[in-house]
Write a protein that binds this ligand. Structure first.
Ligand code: PXP
Length: 234
């Protein structure tokens, strides 16, 4: 099972002050050195964290693979066809949402998704759809040309009941049976990741917020010590 590390929130901190740091590129390279199997970034319509420049540089420097989450927005889609990340994960996007709120409602966006998927695949990009763990969504994703599905674990992470877990397990089996690669993500953290990682047919987990949040905590002592050392040198 691969771990895709989502580095968006490094850019969130950068944008909070309009500085050049922390640099999501540097974070991606460190994540790779630490064992990340892939790097994920979400380019949003409002460009609130990751920008075009980040994606272009990531594509150049990432040694593993780059997975870009994006909506169906035509400007972003044409940018992605130009940059050619290894994977594009199609996600729904609502203006002012705090984070992705759910999977694509495929029946509502059939034509758009089919067109966008086709164009991405013609540009040599693998396409995955972020969907709810439901049989009909997985089957529809396959019909619309997805190479993989990313199952939304967000609802289960908010309400980790047996029923929500079963939905994920069943959707994984449906995906595997029809020949899709199955990924999962959203809301995973140190406490709950084990249960999802037990589903061995899942080939990739994408995790962002919990890793960046944890990096701040585990890195705090060194960051303060570094600053003290500089102050004493003055
Ligand atoms: N997968 C998708 C499709 C997402 O939109 C996100 C959030 O950007 C993630 C995974 C990662 O979620 P989290 O930040 O909660 O780990």
């Amino acid at each position: 099972m691969r771990l895709g590390v989502n580095i968006d929130h490094v850019a969130t901190i950068r944008e909070a002050r309009g500085t050049r740091y922390p640099d999501p590129i540097e974070a991606a390279l460190l994540a790779e050195s630490a064992g990340a199997d892939g790097i994920t970034a979400h380019i949003r319509i409002d460009r609130r964290h990751i920008k075009e420049r980040d994606i272009r540089i990531l594509k150049e420097v990432v040694k593993t693979y780059l997975n870009v989450e994006a909506s169906l927005d035509s400007e972003i889609q044409s940018f992605l066809r130009d940059v050619k990340p290894h994977w594009v994960c199609l996600v729904p996007e609502r203006e002012q949402e705090i984070t992705t709120e759910g999977g694509l409602n495929l029946p509502k966006v059939v034509e758009e998704v089919e067109k966008v998927t086709d164009k991405l695949k013609c540009s040599g990009i693998m396409v995955t759809f972020f969907i709810e763990p439901e049989k009909k969504m997985v089957e529809m994703a396959s019909k619309l040309g997805a190479c993989a599905v990313e199952l939304n674990t967000g609802k289960w992470s908010e309400n980790p009941c047996a029923e929500n877990y079963k939905k994920i397990e069943e959707a994984v089996q449906v995906g595997i049976a029809i020949g899709l690669e199955v990924h999962a993500g959203h809301g995973l953290n140190l406490q709950n990741v084990g249960a999802i990682a037990e589903i061995e047919e899942i080939s990739e987990l994408n995790i962002g917020h919990a890793i960046i949040a944890r990096a701040i905590i585990v890195g705090m002592e060194s960051a303060v010590a570094e600053m003290k050392e500089r102050m004493l040198l003055l």
